[in-house]
Design a protein. Structure first.
Length: 239
């Protein structure tokens, strides 16, 4: 289990910490634009974090909204030792897990690695295939992205959560462990297994378009921003 002191192990760069702190301070002062900037900056990260736990996009959007409402009431707890996004993602994962608990669904717990199964290094399968800007390749990437999203959706939740944070969001092992409140070793084990499952289904190019999977922009992004700001104003927390 991770404690607040574990935040220092996912320390953000000094410049990023300063920018995060400035936005948080302005939001605590009741400045709606500052909190809107925080939301728009982290919407995609939180959507992906939620999508790794819950079962569909609409449910993930609800989780993102709940995350921001929870986070706003806890902004004074943000100490700036970790990236603001990492702090928010941890709240998001917990909110998503609360959704599952309310639906009386339990998330399967990963068993330990069998003694005769030796994990392979994470770099055994390259993250990205060689780029190709031709129209045919662009179409192939779009099709592969759709296949990837479908395959990732089929992973058991513990593996899906880790894969989305590590491969799609490109979090470090430490950051993913902090967000999911599990050990770094378990992050590595689950990530390796999730990749093996996907590799069996889609082959070595499965992660070629991972960075662009599960986007969160446009109407959904705007809905979250507007609904969260409206709710905070209704509660008298923002002017």
């Amino acid at each position: 289990m991770h404690t607040p002191e574990d935040l220092q192990h996912a320390a953000a760069p000094a410049a990023g910490r300063a920018e995060d702190a400035a936005l948080v301070a302005r939001a605590l002062g009741g400045e709606a634009r500052a909190f809107e900037a925080i939301m728009r900056r982290h919407n995609r990260l939180l959507f992906r974090a939620a999508r790794g736990v819950v079962h569909d996009d609409a449910e993930a959007q609800d989780v993102v909204q709940e995350t921001y409402l929870r986070a706003f009431t806890r902004l004074r707890d943000f100490r700036g030792e970790a990236a603001l996004g990492t702090w928010l993602a941890r709240i998001c994962v917990r909110a998503a897990q609360d959704v599952l608990r309310r639906r009386t669904r339990s998330v399967a717990v990963d068993a330990t690695q069998a003694p005769d199964q030796e994990p392979q290094p994470e770099h055994a399968m390259p993250y990205f295939a060689p780029s190709d800007d031709s129209p045919d390749q662009a179409l192939a990437r779009a099709q592969l992205r759709a296949l990837l999203e479908s395959a990732v959706q089929g992973l058991p939740p513990p593996y899906r959560s880790v894969f989305i944070l590590r491969a799609v969001q490109e979090m470090s092992v430490q950051e993913a462990a902090f967000c999911l409140d599990i050990s770094e070793e378990l992050v590595r084990t689950r990530y390796l297994r999730s990749r093996a499952m996907l590799r069996d289904a889609l082959g070595a190019r499965i992660e070629a378009c991972a960075e662009s999977a599960f986007p969160f922009a446009g109407a959904r992004c705007d809905q979250v921003v507007h609904q969260v700001l409206a709710e905070l104003r209704r509660r008298g927390l923002l002017a």
